[in-house]
Write a protein that binds this ligand. Sequence first.
Ligand SMILES: C[S@@+](CC[C@H](N)C(=O)[O-])C[C@H]1O[C@@H](n2cnc3c(N)ncnc32)[C@H](O)[C@@H]1O
Length: 275
Amino acid sequence: MRVSRVSFVILLALLSWGPPGLAQTQSGQQAAELQIYQKYRAWVTKQSPAAGEADLMGQYRGILADEGLSASEIERQIRVITEQGQRLEIELWNRILTSPTPSFNTSPNAFLVEMTRSINPGKALDVGMGQGRNALYLAQRGWVVTGFDPAEKAVASAQEQAKRLGMKLTALVLRDDQFDFGREQWDLIVLSYVGLRDLVPRLYDALRPGGLVVVEGFHRDATKIASIGAGVVFDTNELLKLFERFRVVRYEDTNGTADFGMQGTRVVRLCAQRP
Ligand SMILES: C[S@@+](CC[C@H](N)C(=O)[O-])C[C@H]1O[C@@H](n2cnc3c(N)ncnc32)[C@H](O)[C@@H]1O
């Protein structure tokens, strides 16, 4: 597993989103590994997305050394992060997204609802679909929806909900680097609080001409009040630059309530069309 995938391609976390008592429910070793990973994650989310993986690991070694850790303990922690990070990240999302007391907006993303309200349903892709709140909404509205996410418990929850509601939904347990986006086959691609920096060229090719991407994430200012994964944090106008080949339908950089963390913060939104 490459740390950069965890750090920069995916995710976000207010680490406090995890259900209380998480560490206590793990076996001792798992809890210790999770703690090591979460400490790294809290640190790495504050770093610039421009920093390379090797640089980050070097810097983090320095931080652990400054704390007085021995060389062997530093290497052990780095191994946990690089070798177990992906598994721990998925475990974290499984827990957050299937918690009986959700700390995120379980309703569909309001920006997605607004941007799709007046368009005819077609074929939609939900990248990093989580427990399927957006995919299920679209399916309910008549879209033919495929979603994927590596958090298998969250995906299972989406599948169960679709079955309960008698809806057709293709929900796959996959990471973005395992999914074949195809060419010119989607009318809509949803990226709701997921990392996308490395994906933009693939999104462009995968959309049909005229197809839309709908994105919501955090502005970098949000990291001042919470620890948020760099993948879902964007600088001022960064989304506009990332999607410069697209026709921008709507761009917002505003104070609002984020779907994850559910507190007032600076949120960025983009709806853009493949010409
Ligand atoms: C904050 S949640 C957002 C879930 C959903 N999009 C929503 O808005 O409800 C981030 C999601 O990204 C998923 N994720 C993490 N790494 C991923 C990857 N490499 N490819 C696709 N999804 C990933 C996580 O499992 C998690 O479900």
